[in-house]
Design a protein around this ligand. Structure first.
Ligand code: ATP
Ligand code: MG
Length: 425
């Protein structure tokens, strides 16, 4: 019986024509993170379900309907992480990373959410995120926003815009919540089912609704700015000054929210109009209450996460001309059993002398003709050829594959130098 097993819907294979784009993006972002002296943390992909229920909260879309949760063989409830902030805080508390220390961390990897798959919305997607702990002031807010801005700049992206808002403290939001509940209650007919469910428990979240029919209602809702506490207002004003001083453009979006109590003060998103409905490429904010909520010594924190699939899609539309590496420089054609050990040794010698050389040695034998075909298909610029004739003379044939040119003969000891010149290594 033929089996026909396909990947799970919304979980994509990244094939070899795409991996170079991923590698480019990952290297470039990691390089920037290193230049800001952020340190990488690697976290498990599976965590106890409780971690997410307690950190993200039962009232959110993620916990109420998007998590991949199951019981393992011991009957423990486990969840494939839908995001990494919770795991990062868990790890920080478990290992005492926040004790007398203000770590600036980054992570990268797959996240899992059972959403309806569509463009820019997958069930396994990837994030690079940063989390900075123990710093309460707007300076660190400005830094991580500048860091994210540098990523877009160095990727050559222009159509990506910064929106910021402040959520104030949990106390100042309490009053606003009531005003908001009242406003939406007066307009109950205009609310969809989801929003009605959120009305009493999490009214701020209604502001985040993607339902087109509700946008005018949301736009006319009272803003949190009127209920802001002085300290948060000052924090927000200073952040704006710092961003202005660094020359960053931004827009204040009073509808930008996170629905949970331990989020506070700064929230921001980087959005683009080039990707259709899924236009948020990066989302971040302050979560000063979360560590305390987990029973740790209260400590401020701020972070962001970039959705890499969306970022890649944006790079592809805006700046496809990149230095993408997907081909060998050289394809080594090897004819005959006698030539094989010599060829493999020569190949190793070349890799020693030319560390940036991308050299593909032919394996599997076959005629010159069939090997030349493969060499051509590989995209290599040059073929090296060794058979009985070359072996006897201690030489290798060299043939350019991308322009018309004769095959020349190169003595072994000159090979590295000739390749270096040919390829500009
Ligand atoms: P959205 O409103 O688009 O559902 P979110 O608020 O759930 O996003 P966050 O939890 O803030 O998203 O995640 C940060 C970033 O991760 C998003 O801005 C987005 O770029 C990316 N992201 C989130 N969910 C998905 C997904 N299902 N598929 C692809 N990328 C995603
Ligand atoms: Mg979502």
């Amino acid at each position: 019986m033929a089996v026909n097993i396909q990947a799970i819907r919304g979980m994509h294979d990244v094939l070899t024509d795409q991996t170079p784009h991923w590698q480019y993006l990952e290297r470039m972002i990691q390089d920037i993170l290193q230049r800001y002296a952020y340190q990488e943390i690697r976290l498990p992909i599976l965590e106890k379900t409780e971690l997410f229920e307690r950190s993200i909260g039962e009232l959110t879309d993620i916990v109420s309907k998007e998590m991949y949760t199951f019981e393992d063989r011991n009957g423990d409830r486990l969840t494939l992480r839908p995001e990494a902030t919770a795991g990062c805080v868990r790890a920080g508390l478990q290992h005492g990373l926040f004790n007398n220390s203000t770590p600036r961390l980054w992570y990268m990897g797959p996240m899992f959410r059972h959403e309806r798959p569509q463009k820019g919305r997958l069930r396994q997607f990837h994030q690079i995120g940063v989390e900075a702990y123990g710093m309460a002031g707007p300076d660190i807010d400005a830094e991580i926003i500048m860091l994210s801005a540098r990523i877009w700049a160095e990727l050559g992206l222009k159509n990506i815009h910064l929106q910021i808002n402040t959520l104030g403290t949990a106390e100042s939001r309490r009053h606003y919540r009531e005003v908001l509940i009242e406003y939406f209650q007066d307009n109950l007919d205009a609310l969809d089912d989801d929003s009605r469910k959120r009305l009493e428990r999490n009214p701020l979240r209604i502001l985040d609704s993607k339902n087109a029919d509700m946008q005018s209602l949301i736009a006319a809702a009272p803003g949190l700015d009127e209920y802001l506490d002085d300290e948060s207002a000052h924090h927000f004003a200073t952040l704006q000054q710092l961003l202005n001083a660094s020359g960053l453009d931004f827009e204040i979006n009073l509808r930008l929210v996170r629905g949970l109590d331990y989020y506070s003060k700064t929230v921001f998103e980087w959005v683009t109009d080039r990707l259709g409905a899924q236009g948020t490429v990066c989302a971040g904010g302050r979560y000063d209450g979360l560590i305390g909520h987990f029973g740790g010594k209260p400590s401020p924190a701020i972070g962001f996460a970039i959705g890499l699939e969306r970022l890649l899609a944006l790079v592809a539309t805006e700046n496809p001309e990149k230095d993408i590496i997907n081909q060998p420089h050289v394809y080594f054609i090897i004819a005959g059993d006698k030539a094989l050990p010599v060829a493999l040794r020569l190949a190793e010698d070349l890799r020693n002398s030319l560390p940036s050389l991308r050299l593909l040695t032919h394996c599997g034998g076959g005629s010159f003709k069939s090997q030349f075909k493969k060499a051509d298909k590989s995209g290599a610029e040059l073929a090296l050829i060794i058979g009985e004739t070359e072996l006897e003379k201690n030489t290798v044939g060299l043939k350019p594959l991308r322009q018309k040119a004769e095959q020349t003969e190169i003595p072994w000891q000159r090979l590295a130098e000739v390749l270096r010149q040919h390829l500009g290594l």
